[in-house]
Ligand binder design. Structure first.
Ligand SMILES: Cc1cc2nc3c(=O)[nH]c(=O)nc-3n(C[C@H](O)[C@H](O)[C@H](O)COP(=O)(O)OP(=O)(O)OC[C@H]3O[C@@H](n4cnc5c(N)ncnc54)[C@H](O)[C@@H]3O)c2cc1C
Length: 546
């Protein structure tokens, strides 16, 4: 069996785990991160895309609000390349109460979230598609984030300081010797072999899976998986993040992300963070609630639906997952359970990942008997694509790819027309990005994420991958099939109207012309997607009905 040794082993390659790795590496620890798929494969890659100002929690969860605004300001400084400075509104629609605006203002003041009320005429000038019946609008410093790019950048920062990342390494069991955790046994999914990793300390940063990992050491950590479903429409119908001004509820935010707008989310407890359905009621509710913010939204072309699972830590049972605090939790299993060598960091938000990493790394220092200051709030994280994606202020901006293409006259090199990804982008993801699947390439360069959902780029990527890596024909075929399946997964819940026509075209290309389902090779690989369960519930449950 392969063996590795490190001072600190981190489990989970989402925002939190990658943040912990970078923080520890920058403090000079030898550290290694294992992730069962690609970085940002979990909730981090399936979230709503908001860098919260804290406004959303200002009334209901003031602690979370303060954490968000503190981190919002820091992330704007250290990773502007992964953020778009969209700004945010909280709006009172005819379905909300005017008075809540005052409660909201007060909450923002108490939690130091900058907030100003603006005239509706100004709001409509800036966002002409918003509902003209909106009666109040508050401006807050919300922004959007590309969590794939952010996680990759943080991972690169960690590597620059000596941190090590093993993707496609799934923890199968923790090594427990008496009351001490001394490492983990992982399975390398690519090489199909086990690896034993020993460590002085193990950090469990596996998000909604944290309870399962802790269970491997016979420890009980109660993390509820709160599933949230979102739908993307094919236009950027707003350029500002628009939140409903009311207590947090289902379907109350619309977020402009790259070329699309994403409406979300639901919040439904699921027993298994890996297997769940996107229910028809969830899609229906997102369309109906979206229509209240942007009239006509429900008739627009939807491209895709997807869901992520919130890691919601709780010591006592709470029926509605929205009543669980969004603030994070650090569990020291030595003081909590009498088991040394193991700590868990869970809960929180993408927005607070850096702070979560800092408190975790502080605890690691304490446990390993050393004092090393945190530097992650000061040091700017390099943009792996620098300087091509930058805008004034260092933020990403929507026109960056087009500007780059015009500058390089790269029109004929487009692999994905929807997302303007060039052959050079795809080649870089394959050769430098350590991509193991087409889906890894997608996370790096956004192939397949636009209106055609992979219709034209998938076979092009197959050709590039095949010529660069020269795998067997069967391996290329199965990788192509995995990706088609992955794209299909998110299209199924919204299959009507123009997107149905698009899928029919994609079907003709891949099934009728390329005969993709009968090409030599396995039907699917172990690196392929876990499909959603079939959705069965049509009616919006009472809790979610607005
Ligand atoms: C629908 C939804 C919308 C959200 N919207 C926002 C938002 O707009 N803004 C915001 O700030 N936050 C948002 N959040 C919250 C935020 O996305 C999460 O809090 C955050 O991404 C969690 O990151 P993480 O690294 O802790 O977990 P994850 O990203 O889930 O990372 C955990 C990783 O552990 C890996 N793992 C699990 N088991 C194993 C194993 N056995 N071996 C190896 N690896 C393993 C998983 O594959 C996963 O990649 C949202 C969450 C949801 C669900």
């Amino acid at each position: 069996m392969r063996k590795e040794n490190t001072e600190v082993l981190i489990i989970g390659g989402g925002a939190t785990g990658t943040g912990v790795l970078a923080d520890l590496a920058m403090r000079g620890f030898s550290c290694l991160l294992v992730e069962k798929r690609d970085l940002a494969h979990g909730t981090t890659g399936r979230y709503h895309g908001l860098l919260h100002s804290g406004g959303r929690y200002a009334v209901k969860d003031p602690k979370a609000a303060t954490e968000c605004i503190e981190e919002n300001m820091i992330l704007r400084r250290i990773m502007p390349h992964a953020l778009e400075d969209t700004g945010g509104y909280f709006v009172v629609t005819p379905w909300d109460t005017d008075d809540f605006g005052d409660v909201f203002m007060k909450g923002c003041q108490d939690t130091a979230v900058p907030c100003e009320e603006i005239p509706i005429s100004l709001m409509l000038k800036e966002e002409p598609h918003l509902n003209p019946k909106i009666s109040r609008c508050f401006r807050v410093p919300d922004a959007t984030a590309d969590s794939f790019l952010a996680t990759q950048s943080v991972g690169e920062m960690a590597k620059l300081h000596g941190g090590k990342i093993l993707t496609y390494h799934e923890v199968k069991r923790l090594i427990r010797e008496g009351d001490k955790i001394t490492g983990a046994v992982c399975h390398d999914l690519v090489k199909d072999e086990d690896v034993t990793i020993t460590a002085d300390l193990v950090v469990n940063a596996s998000g909604a899976w944290a309870g399962r990992i802790a269970h491997m050491a016979d420890l009980e950590v109660n993390v509820r998986a709160g599933k949230g479903t979102m739908v993307a429409c094919n236009h950027r119908v707003v350029n500002t993040v628009v939140n409903r001004c009311k207590m947090p509820a289902d379907g109350d935010i619309i977020v402009p992300i790259q070329t699309v707008a994403v409406m979300g989310t639901t919040d439904d407890g699921v027993p298994d963070p890996e297997h769940f359905a996107i229910e028809p009621w969830e899609v229906k509710l997102m369309l109906e609630e979206g229509d209240k913010l942007v009239p006509g939204f429900k008739n627009m072309r939807m491209l895709r639906a997807w869901a992520g699972v919130r890691p919601l830590y709780q010591e006592t049972k709470v029926a509605d997952t929205r009543d669980v605090t969004r603030a994070y939790t650090l569990l020291d299993h030595e003081t909590r359970d009498g088991v040394t060598g193991f700590i868990t960091i869970t809960g929180g938000k993408w927005t607070t990942y850096r702070q979560m990493a800092e408190v975790t790394a502080d605890r690691v220092c304490e446990k390993l008997g050393t004092e090393r200051p945190c530097r992650t709030a000061e040091e700017v994280i390099p943009d792996p694509f620098s300087p091509k994606r930058r805008d004034k202020g260092g933020y990403h901006y929507l026109g960056a790819r087009l500007a780059r293409m015009e500058e390089q006259q790269a029109f004929r090199d487009l692999v994905c027309e929807c997302e303007m990804a060039t052959r050079a982008d795809v080649e870089k993801a394959i050769t430098e990005g350590d991509a193991k699947t087409f889906d890894d390439i997608r996370r790096d360069v956004r192939i397949g994420m636009g209106p055609c959902q992979g219709g034209f780029c998938t076979y092009r990527v197959a050709g590039i991958l095949h010529s660069l890596r020269q795998p067997t024909i069967e391996e290329t075929n199965v990788a192509l099939r995995d990706f088609l399946q992955e794209r299909w997964k998110g299209v199924m819940p919204i299959l009507w109207g123009p997107q149905l026509k698009q899928e029919r075209l994609d079907e003709l290309i891949y099934m009728s012309v390329l005969n993709a389902d009968h090409l030599p090779g396995e039907t699917a690989s172990p690196l392929g997607p876990a499909m959603y369960e079939p959705g069965t519930v049509e009616e919006v449950p009472e809790k979610a009905a607005r």
